[in-house]
Design a binder for this molecule. Structure first.
Ligand SMILES: *Cc1c(COP(=O)(O)O)cnc(C)c1O
Length: 393
């Protein structure tokens, strides 16, 4: 077998993540590896923590990157906060709420599920009803930006309801962070996790998390040990907690953290609010093009995530064939539907560095070319003009 160096093709990534990684971040990854306890590395870790506080809009001291992907950030919140016997209300409106249920049950807790249709935001009234019906619930968990459907839920309102009933909150902000407002302190979110490969446009594999004082208190007052050694925050903080004495816990992914540092520096250079505005503006341009073609969004207006656009696949069109042709002929990746929406929708991501005008024009142009060649019933010849008008509006 003749195996040589792997040279990936250059793609445009417009799926549910990873998103396009800026060359500045790829370059940061290739810098020399140094020791994970090297004083220069430790100084950089402190900068990563404060840059993450900016991204999350929080002063929480316990704000740091978990050395594993978004799913590990999720586990980190659940294994530390959920004790055996705890009742947790999980609001589900897509794939990721289902994973929260799995987490609760594997921690020995019991999950009370509040279900909403896929494509709809979490209904605050249903949460309130569940809180009234379950006065012994300790925690409320939900996904702000449901990447499986493109729906955004109202974190501020949901957290407010949970607190009225004396519950802590766990919020999934994997796709939200950097693309749409996430205000941990103003909204009072107790525990939150994200990922690097969505709107932060970094390489996959790291999960930023943040815990407030109330959440830390619940962790300190646990009666039993956290069942995961690796994710036990009491131990992780020995390494990430700062101070002069840093203890070895695990070897930090040194180069991956250079990349995250660079991604966060870029976010701060642009400014969070400007990043939110850019995502919104580009969403409107993509929407103009897709709707001109005759495609329709599955999420009601007002709850659409600018960074994840789910549109119905036109009648009679072969989902996998279209995505395959976009990939091989245009080097363009868009996302398939997940779970209940498999085969029914495409998920077009405009996350982080992927959210730019040239990508929208490529995607709309390529989709129109492929669909019209396949004889799909779409409007032709007007979509790119609609994108251009929206971009210059
Ligand atoms: C991508 C994603 C995750 C999981 O992140 P990984 O890095 O793939 O482990 C969790 N929640 C949401 C909402 C996501 O979009």
């Amino acid at each position: 077998m003749d195996i040589r160096s792997f040279n990936p093709p250059v793609r445009t990534l417009m799926g549910p993540g990873p998103s396009d990684v800026h060359p500045r971040i790829l370059e940061a990854l290739a810098r020399p590896t140094i020791g994970h306890l090297d004083p220069q590395f430790v100084a950089m870790m402190e900068e990563v923590k404060s840059l993450l506080q900016y991204a999350f809009q929080t002063d929480n001291a316990l704000t740091m990157p978990v050395s594993a992907p978004g799913s590990a950030g999720m586990e980190s919140c659940f294994v530390n906060l959920v004790e055996p016997g705890d009742k947790v209300i999980v609001c589900q409106n897509g794939v990721f709420g289902g994973r929260m249920q799995e987490n609760v049950e594997r921690c020995g807790g019991s999950a009370v599920m509040v279900q909403d249709d896929w494509g709809k935001p979490v209904d605050p009234q249903k949460l309130e009803d569940a809180l009234n019906a379950n006065p012994d619930a300790r925690i409320v968990a939900f996904v702000q930006a449901e990447t499986s459907t493109g729906a955004e839920s109202d974190t501020k309102t949901l957290v407010g309801l949970a607190h009225k009933h004396d519950c802590l909150t766990i919020v999934d902000a994997v796709t939200a962070l950097g693309g749409t407002p996430v205000k941990v302190d103003v909204w009072g979110v107790d525990a939150i996790y994200s990922g690097t490969q969505k709107c932060l446009s970094c390489t996959p594999g790291i999960s930023p998390v943040s815990f407030n004082e109330r959440a830390q208190q619940k962790i300190r007052n646990r009666t039993g040990k956290v069942q995961s050694w690796f994710l036990d925050l009491n131990l992780v903080m020995g390494y990430w907690g700062g101070g002069a004495k840093r203890a070895y816990h695990h070897t930090a992914p040194v180069n991956a953290l250079y990349a995250l540092h660079e991604a966060l520096v870029m976010l701060r250079e642009e400014g969070l609010e400007n990043a939110w505005k850019r995502h919104q503006r580009n969403h409107l341009a993509l929407k103009a093009g897709l709707e001109a073609m005759g495609l329709s969004f599955i999420v009601p207006q007002g709850a659409r995530l600018p960074q994840l656009n789910a549109v119905s696949i036109p009648e009679g069109v072969d989902d996998a064939l279209v995505r395959g042709r976009l990939l091989t002929e245009y080097n363009l990746e868009i996302g398939a539907g997940l779970g209940a929406l498999a085969g029914k929708v495409w998920r077009i991501g405009l996350m982080g560095h992927s959210s730019r005008a040239e990508n929208i024009l490529l995607c709309v142009g390529a989709l129109e070319a492929v669909l019209s060649e396949m004889g799909a019933e779409i409007n032709t010849g007007i979509a790119l003009g609609a994108v251009q008008r929206a971009l210059s509006a």
